[in-house]
Structure formats: C-alpha cells, structure tokens
Design a binder for this molecule. Structure first.
Ligand code: HEM
Length: 409
C-alpha cells in the first residue's frame, strides 16, 4: 500500500473499519503533538480487558492525572534500583539453559520479563508470587486475543472465552487485595521501591490516594503492556545478534572494557528494525483534524505506522540493513525513531524497558557464547499484542565458564 500510495493511505479492515494510515515523520510528529481534546486514544477493548481505570481506557484529564502520578515510578533513580532485579531474573533463567542444544528463547525471555515485572512492579514474593505466575500468563494470553475482537452483546457463560477471562480476572483481583493489605501492614513500606508501594504512597493533586480498583487495573496494565513487549524484543535481539557474528564479538569486547555505547546503539537498532508494536492509534475527537494536506472528520481512526516509518529509506539510509553503528555517532531522533509511540500517550515504561533489555543482554553476553547462525532471518508472528520471531529465535549457546583455551563455540 505504501509503495502504491506513498506515505498516507486508507484501508478498510473487518472489526476496525476505515483507517487512515500515516507514516511520514512530519505527519506522525504532528499527530503525536495534537492535544487530547482534538485526538485521543481509540475506544479499544484493551481498556475493557484491563479495567475501566486502566491507562489504556482513560482519556483527557483522568489520563493526565494518572500519568502524572505514575511517571516518577519509571524514571531516573528508581530504574537503577530495578537493575539488580533484572540481572537476578536473567541469571536464574539462563542457569536452566542446556549447552550445545538448539532451543527457542521465547519461553525463557517471557519468564524473565514476567519475574521482573512481578518483583519490580507488583513488589511480590512468596505465595502470591507463585499464584500470580500461574494465573497471569494464561489470563493475559487470552486477554490479548480478546482485546482484538468485539465484546459479545450477550453473556455466553463461564466456559466462553470472555467467561474464562473474567474468571482469571476475579482470581487476580483477589490476589491484589491480599497484596495491598500486606503492603499497608508492612512497616518498611516507605522504603520500598516497587511500583505498588509507590502507588500506595502517591497522592493526586487534590490529596486523595489511588483506590484499590485503580491500583488493580494499573498493575495489570503494566504487566500486559510490559511483559510480552519486552520479552519479544529480547527474542528479536537474540535472533539479530546470532546472524551478526562480528557485532557479537565487538559487543563482548566493548562490554569487557566497561563500555555500553555499542550495546545501547544495538538496542536502538533492534527496536528500529524489529518494533514489536508496529502501529499505534488515535481517534479524532474534535469536529475535524488537519494532518498534512488531509482533513480528518470527527471519529476517524488514524494509525501511526511505526513499522513503515522505521523502514523508510528517505529517513534511514539503507533502512533494511541491521546496522547499530548508525546510532553510534548520534542518538535516534525522537521524530523518526518511535518504537514507544509519542506524545502524551508515549509508552510510560519506555526507559524501564530499555534498561531491562540492556541488562538482560549484558548478562547474556557476559555469561554465554551465542553460536553464530547462517539460518534465514526469522519471519514475524503476531502473538495478539506483540510481533515475535516466528520460531521464537532458535539458538545454541555455551557457558563462557565451560570454554577451555582454544575452544570455539
Ligand atoms: C520493548 C518494550 C515495550 C514496547 C516496544 C512498548 C511500546 C509501547 C507503545 C508503542 C505504546 C503506545 C504509545 C502511543 O500510543 O503513542 C505503549 C504504551 C504503553 N506502555 Fe509500553 N512498551 C514496552 C514496554 C512497556 C513496559 C515495560 C511498561 C510498564 C512497565 C509499559 C507500559 C505501557 C503503558 C501503561 C502504556 C499506555 C500509555 C498511555 O496510554 O498513556 N510498556 N507502549
């Protein structure tokens, strides 16, 4: 469509209806800068799945107030506190890997990012941790599929997909009530760094605190938005690195010398070439919205195509080449590099996710040798919310500690 119609075109999709797709950096920048009373989030099922207080469901002032409250949890000093949690989750998971056997990395990366979110965001350990580990992955898997289809007008009963989903949700809500009660009774609550503790300590501008329902909806939102997206990006990282052995060698040398410059550039390039969320949506709420030469009517859904922008040859030289060096001399331009979206709805967990990807990769490269692969690039596979490598990034590894002198991976 883009080749035929240039950077903006209209498509008709079942369920979603008529969509205007834009991919020119100036148009996307303009859309992201548009105030929420002119264009805001679309009325997606994502909000319905995660609850009415989820950031995905909120709009306007309620959305602004919620973001203001939660943004400090994901910035600066706090992120440094989460690095140790990430490294521990990675070390524990990698310890289960078998050497010299080909396996898919997706399940491992999913476990790492789940454990990180449960510890850093939910602040959970022990019995509740086990319970959430059991119910959340299947619940979220089902929810992310349901998020894409309309809610039925009638009740299909407890064995229907929605019935099963609401059963998971009830079990989840019960665990969150226990977690909140435990946290409120915790004398160390003021020193805790996890997002749940920060939510309990935070106050809105009018002095009120978050309700239990708000906390439950936001915690599941963070999990649903941050678990699979980060895991699939890590899986793409493995898929890319094993196909670029020279880069692998350079990364290992750089990290051994205490530099993370190439690692950061590599993370930027993975997110550019393999954006696991490749579109983001806005809906016109004012009578009309002008983007570039087009006037869009009220109600029109506009899709900012992250994938098309990142693959645009006029924006990125040799756009289809995986080349982290393009980000060595300069950081990505926020108008052109948008894996986390933009504007007032830009991913709130962006810095957290980038930190997590960096720490997991650093740990992996420190402790393991990844065997280079000449296999064809893996294709894209939709997992409901995120786009993952079709074979889950098949890989062979050896522990560095088990390599003898003269051994080659
Ligand atoms: C590589 C990992 C991630 C990617 C690629 C990603 C990508 C995105 C994108 C594209 C959006 C939509 C932005 C827009 O519409 O402009 C978004 C929103 C969001 N993300 Fe992420 N995300 C990631 C990780 C995370 C993490 C770790 C968290 C939380 C712990 C998180 C929480 C959220 C939330 C709450 C929103 C909704 C923001 C709002 O509507 O105001 N994400 N993310």
């Amino acid at each position: 469509m883009r080749r035929l119609y240039r950077p903006a075109f209209t498509i008709d999709l079942p369920i979603f209806g008529r969509l205007v797709v834009i991919s020119d950096p100036n148009d996307i920048r303009q859309l992201f800068k548009t105030a929420p009373h002119i264009a805001d989030t679309t009325d997606t099922n994502l909000g319905r799945v995660m609850g009415p207080n989820s950031m995905f469901a909120l709009s306007g002032e309620a959305h602004r107030a919620q973001r203001k409250l939660l943004t400090p949890s994901f910035n600066g000093r706090r992120l440094a506190a989460y690095e140790a949690i990430v490294e521990r989750a990675a070390v524990d998971e990698f310890a289960t890997w078998a050497e010299n056997q080909t396996f898919a990395t997706l399940p491992s990366m999913m476990r790492i990012t789940l454990n990180v979110i449960l510890r850093a965001v939910f602040g959970v350990e022990g019995q509740e941790l086990e319970r959430l580990r059991e119910i959340l992955p299947p619940g979220i898997r089902l929810g992310s599929k349901l998020a894409l289809i309309p809610v039925p007008q009638w009740d299909w009963g407890r064995w229907s997909p929605w019935g099963r989903f609401f059963q998971y949700r009830r079990e989840y809500d019960a665990v969150v009530v226990q977690l909140i009660d435990k946290a409120l009774a915790d004398p160390g609550l003021v020193e805790r760094d996890d997002v749940l503790a920060l939510m309990l300590r935070s106050r809105y501008e009018d002095g009120s605190s978050m309700t239990r329902a708000e906390i439950a909806d936001e915690l599941i939102t963070m999990l649903a938005a941050g678990h699979e997206t980060t895991a699939t990006t890590l899986v793409w990282a493995v898929e890319r690195l094993q196909r670029h052995p020279q880069l692998l060698d350079r990364l290992v040398t750089d990290l051994a010398n205490g530099s993370e410059e190439l690692l950061n550039a590599t993370v930027f390039e993975i997110l550019r070439t393999r954006p696991v969320i490749d579109t983001t949506f806005r809906q016109v709420t004012a009578p009309a919205l002008q983007i570039g030469p087009w006037t869009m009517p009220k109600g029109q859904t506009i899709v900012a195509s992250i994938g098309l922008l990142h693959a645009d040859e006029s924006v990125f030289h040799d756009a289809h080449r995986f080349d982290p060096d393009r980000f060595m001399a300069r950081r990505p331009d926020p108008a052109e590099w948008i894996p986390y979206g933009g504007g007032v709805r830009r991913c709130i967990g962006a810095a957290f996710a980038s930190m997590e990807i960096r720490v997991v990769l650093r740990t992996l490269l420190r402790d393991y040798v990844i065997s280079p692969s000449k296999a064809r690039d893996e294709g894209w596979q939709s997992r409901g919310v995120a786009l993952a490598p079709s074979r889950g990034a098949l890989v062979r590894v050896r522990r560095r500690s088990s390599l003898g002198a003269g051994d080659f991976p």
